[in-house]
Design a protein around this ligand. Structure first.
Ligand code: LLP
Length: 463
């Protein structure tokens, strides 16, 4: 690995162009515990380690790019959610954030339930031994085949997302001679403070049945009439990467309002409410996420208070965190390739992956951090943009970040907080193969999702 200083490029705060960044950090070698997984640290030689293993060894053994997942941290976060909500509530991990058979086993062992939203996620969950009654099946357009498979497996609940689906699920249940436990997903009309594409409780979008105009009340009326389904509760998911609890407060208020209307009209007190996922994590040092115990306390208090006011028995609460469990537990390890300093602008640092392993920056203008991890450096900070190898100028992994000015091809850099929605949204754009997920725990590393090969890609071509 070359250690030579890189030729001149923009270096100092006084020449910084417009961007998302704040001032360069005081110490480029520091690893902020908010954004890095629990066991990540820098050893005496300056090499970053995770679970006791140096990233240089992981890169040698598993190649780059690779998602490196701290299993100890994953289990600790899963357990923290479980413990925070206690025995009177259920925590469903949202599999869309990242799912693999190993993850399903960890969740099972740590006492979490699982939210799936496709036949593929369901198959993964079942194949790894998650008991079907601990699975919730979601989605705004589940196929009849998916509904049937879920019901045949015996999933604990199906979350109904439309009027058609109420009928469809009841119908399949009758064909199978079953009674399926269901919730109805409602849109409560909250504008969550997050990116438009990941906000899901305002009315003008595809998910759920609006409370407004009495539509949700009508859905409940229909569901209560059908023999094949047992309505156990109301579901609300207001969006994702949310820090402000006020959206949940409004959602809980409105959902409890519906429970009260249902009690008044039908004489039925539904026993459950699900407040969805959506709790934010730190992608950069500027983010301040809440701990699971604070979230559990806040949500439980809101629901209890609202129910007391409505003279309702407090229903069993469930939540569906995805990002907040897995997001902070992994980082993506890349090797630096070409480096291009653009005078007066920034230095473009190309890595051996890109938008195919992390589409979030291109899709949501997401912000990430980055650090040199194969060594420490005392060089001055250089304003960098970390880009991938794809044929697309929007192929940006980290839009604005500071890296040491002596960064050189062959160095390893890592982008933290890539555990959620990176591997699960990865693509094969430009026929780039998707990276592996390597789980590290107590000095041992093992592949839990292997690297895709070119043979994998070719296997799908017919003729
Ligand atoms: N429950 C339901 C019904 C959901 O739709 C979602 C996420 C979750 C739970 C989990 O939300 P979380 O706790 O992970 O925020 N691809 C986007 C996020 C889309 C989230 C979709 N639904 C991103 O990368 O930010």
């Amino acid at each position: 690995m070359s250690r030579s200083a890189h030729p001149a490029g923009p270096r100092h705060a006084d020449v910084l162009p417009e961007g998302h960044y704040s001032a360069p950090p005081a110490d480029l070698n520091a690893l902020d515990g908010k954004v890095w997984a629990q066991t990540v640290t820098r050893d005496a030689h300056g090499v970053v380690t995770v679970g006791g293993l140096p990233v240089t060894r992981l890169a040698e053994e598993f190649g780059t790019p690779a998602y490196i997942l701290d299993e100890t941290d994953f289990r600790a976060r899963a357990r923290a959610w479980r413990t925070a909500f206690g025995q009177d509530a259920d925590v469903f991990y949202a599999g869309k954030a990242f799912l693999s058979r190993a993850v399903v086993r960890w969740l099972h062992e740590e006492g979490l339930n699982l939210d799936v939203c496709s036949g593929g996620e369901l198959a993964t969950a079942l194949s790894a031994g998650m008991p079907a009654d601990r699975i919730a099946f979601h989605g705004n357009n589940k196929s009849k085949d998916e509904i049937r498979r879920a019901m045949e497996a015996g999933v604990g609940r199906i979350v109904l997302d439309s009027f058609q689906e109420i009928v469809r699920v009841a119908h399949v249940a009758q064909e199978l001679g079953r009674r399926q436990r269901v919730q109805i997903r409602v849109t409560v009309g909250v504008e969550a403070h997050t990116h438009e594409f990941i906000a899901t409780a305002h009315e003008d979008q595809k998910f759920g049945i609006p409370l407004a105009g009495g539509q949700a009340a009508e859905a409940v009326r229909r569901a209560l009439q059908l023999d094949g389904i047992e309505l156990i509760g109301i579901h609300s998911h207001i969006g994702s990467q949310i820090f402000d609890m006020s959206g949940f407060e409004v959602a809980a208020h409105r959902v409890v309002g519906l429970l009260k209307d249902i009690r008044d009209e039908h004489g039925v007190e539904l026993p459950e409410i699900d407040l969805g996922g959506g709790l934010g994590i730190a992608y950069t040092s500027d983010d301040d996420p809440r701990e699971p115990h604070e979230i559990a306390k806040a949500l439980t208090e809101i629901v209890t208070r609202e129910c007391e006011a409505a003279k309702l028995r407090t229903p069993r609460i469930s939540v569906e965190p995805g990002r907040a469990v897995v997001g902070p537990t992994a980082f993506t390890l890349y090797e630096v390739g070409t480096i291009k300093p653009l005078d007066g602008l920034r230095t473009y640092v190309s890595v051996d992956g890109g938008m195919s392993d992390n589409i979030r920056t291109a899709l949501y203008d997401a912000e990430y951090s980055v650090a040199l991890v194969s060594r420490s450096s005392d060089a001055e900070p250089m304003l960098a943009r970390v880009v991938g190898k794809h044929c697309e100028s929007g192929d940006i992994v980290v839009k604005d970040a500071f890296l040491p000015a002596d960064l050189a091809p062959g160095d390893l850099i890592a982008v933290p907080a890539t555990g959620a929605y990176c591997r699960s949204m990865a693509s094969n754009y430009n026929h780039v193969t998707r990276p592996p997920v390597v789980a590290v725990r107590d000095g041992e590393a093992r592949v839990i999702v292997r690297r895709e090969t070119e043979e994998d890609l070719l296997r799908l071509d017919v003729g």
